[in-house]
Design a protein around this ligand. Structure first.
Ligand code: PLP
Length: 456
């Protein structure tokens, strides 16, 4: 095989990476990941790494599941691909549709397949607008989303997303997509209880609906817990109030469950934990634990029946919609989540344990506050701690300390992600209590290294 150095040279000569500073990458050389087993990865130099990010929030069942490989191999050997356009279907796609209907909230009896979360959200934009045409209200076109949301990298996905840096690079958002603030208590809740702030932040939706004009608004979309934005966990009052407002103005409610779906928060879907009842759900990632690309839209009865009974055709679809080999991977992955009770374990065992460990890390001089929800969590690194989240003093240049900490973790065999100075985790749902302890011990050691360097 090629040496690490040779691979790194070819990498920087030919490979344009997603969301990557290539100058920095060239300087360090990309780390070559060669193997995974359970919650661990190995690089080409033989270093063992504990994966606190489940790949990219997706390897819910953990690495090394040969039964998923076997299921995909069997399907590929029988029928690797066929399309579902023009009155054909295939066995795994049908079986998976029925299984998704069984594991999701009861209003979801239909699925539209894509290959990614971005395509799922693009599909949602088109589906929502098609729905309102068929419902005789074609002027309802505007979709409301949130600042600092992440909904993907396609034109519609990046527009729905509320990342200023992404909008700036592509003349986005596209017309018909507007944003409100995020329910981030540490950022906006000074002087309020969390419960009060949740109602306040949900009220921004009503204000935006009135500004746009209630008969022009088609839908509201949000992640139950914002993932890429930094594991932003809304107050418990937020989503029920969003539901009330959507009901009041008859607006479709869309839950982007690309991260929260398939057990991340200790429920099959995040909306179940957060207490709302969406009309549409975007999913991807955890549906196959990332073994093969697959995504889709769960379509609730209101939209599904209109599309089916009034629509005739919805002129939308992908070559790989309902890809048999991808659906075979999902069937086996969901079987693993069910038989190993991984979702229940997050709710009752591993999630509460991560919460206790993160609460203990707040004793570290660098950690201002910490939050978790299921197996997702965030630690805020601060210059000076305060009595409440609003009284901590941030570092002057945010990012620098987060990046430094991330580097120490990367070099010391634990993967966490830095969002500004907030360090986040979302490990495989198969992570055991003992492995959480191992991960948190390494995190503590890397916080010490970071502190020493900050103080120097
Ligand atoms: N929606 C959310 C909430 C996500 O976190 C992501 C990816 O991280 C996406 C959509 C986009 O999914 P994909 O990268 O599969 O296109």
């Amino acid at each position: 095989g090629l040496s690490t150095c040779a691979l790194q040279q070819l990498d920087s000569a030919h490979y344009l990476h997603p969301f990557t500073d290539h100058a920095a990458l060239r300087e360090r050389g990309a780390r070559v990941i060669v193997r995974g087993d359970g919650v661990y990865l190995w690089d080409s130099e033989g270093n063992k790494i504990i994966d606190g990010m489940a790949g990219l929030w997706c390897v819910n069942a953990g690495y090394g599941r040969t039964s998923i490989a076997d299921a995909v191999h069997a399907q590929m050997s029988t029928l690797p691909f066929y399309n579902s356009f023009f009155n054909t279907t295939n066995v795994p796609a049908v079986q998976l549709a029925a299984l998704l209907a069984a594991v999701s909230p009861p209003q979801f009896q239909h699925v539209f397949y894509t290959s990614s979360g971005s395509e799922a959200n693009d599909t949602i934009v088109r589906m929502v607008r098609r729905y309102w045409q068929l419902a005789g209200r074609p002027e309802r076109e505007v979709i409301i989303s949130r600042r600092n949301a992440y909904h993907g990298s396609t034109m519609a996905g990046a527009s729905l997303g509320g990342m200023a840096g992404m909008h700036a690079q592509g003349s986005l958002p596209i017309p018909g997509i507007v944003h409100i603030g995020q329910p981030h208590y540490a950022e906006g809740g000074r002087g309020m209880s969390e419960a009060e702030f949740g109602l306040e932040a949900a009220g921004w939706l009503e204000a935006k609906i009135l500004e746009v004009g209630p008969d022009k608004v088609a839908a509201f979309i949000g992640e139950p817990v914002q993932g890429a934005g930094g594991v932003i966990i809304p107050p418990s009052t937020y989503w029920p109030e969003i539901q009330r407002i959507c009901d009041k103005y008859d607006i479709l409610l869309v839950s982007d469950e690309v991260i929260c779906g398939f057990g991340r928060l200790g429920t099959w879907f995040g909306c179940e934990l957060m207490g709302f009842r969406p009309d549409l759900i975007a999913f991807a990632k955890g549906v196959t634990s990332g073994y093969v690309p697959l995504g889709g839209v769960l379509v609730g009865g209101r939209v599904a029946h209109t599309l089916i009974d009034k629509g005739g055709d919805f002129n939308h679809g992908f070559t790989y919609s309902g890809h048999p080999s991808a659906c075979a991977a999902a069937l086996e992955n969901i079987r693993i989540l069910q038989t190993e009770l991984l979702v229940e374990r997050v709710a009752l065992e591993t999630g509460p344990h991560l919460k206790a460990c993160f609460a203990a890390l707040v004793a570290h001089p660098l950690v201002g506050h910490a939050e978790t929800c299921g197996l997702a969590g965030g630690l805020n690194l601060v210059r000076r701690k305060g009595a409440s989240v609003h009284d901590c003093e941030a570092f002057a240049s945010t990012h620098a300390v987060g990046m430094l900490c991330r580097k120490h973790m990367f070099d010391n065999g634990v993967i966490m992600r830095a969002v500004g100075d907030r360090m986040i985790v979302a490990p495989p749902l198969s992570m055991t209590v003992a492995q959480i302890d191992e991960m948190v011990e390494r995190i503590g050691y890397c916080l010490d290294l970071t502190l020493a360097e900050v103080q120097a």
